[in-house]
Write a protein that binds this ligand. Sequence first.
Ligand SMILES: [Fe+2]
Length: 183
Amino acid sequence: MTRDETLDSIRANVENENLIKHMLATEAIMRALAIKLDQDEEEWGLTGLLHDIDVELTEGDMSAHSKLGADIASELGASESMAHAILCHNEAHGIPHETPLDKALFCADPLTGLIVAAALVRPNKKLAGVTASSVMKRLGEKRFAAGASREQIAKCSEIGLELEDFIALGLEAMQEIAEELGL
Ligand SMILES: [Fe+2]
């Protein structure tokens, strides 16, 4: 399974460009986490890239979301551990997060939204000037990017990362692909 093939199937199943950008951002954070934690960068990156491939196909049905995604990922050649991480990232199934990959995807997913929102409130709407400390401040504002679950982001502790370090890593990873993200 190559990254190009993975992106092709994402483009075949997802129309919403913002959703594709969310998956690219998740990929970037997952790659950075894999490097930091000495894990398989390609496996972690592609898991992040694929994790929401079924969102449009499942049309908001949370009992189907991520089950279909895990099936699609397996058909594309994803390993069992990748499919499991995708499956359990949707809490609606109540499947425990067991492996570091499961846990990493779960906390990386909402971090993208918080960082995008931190860029969009800036006058130039760019990621370039966003700092980790400004994102940390926003984290404390309940109503800021309210959809980005603070509780879920804080689960970075389960992969051994302090919140500040996790945010700095995620921010840097997204800044590296800012152009692709249109930010
Ligand atoms: Fe997601």
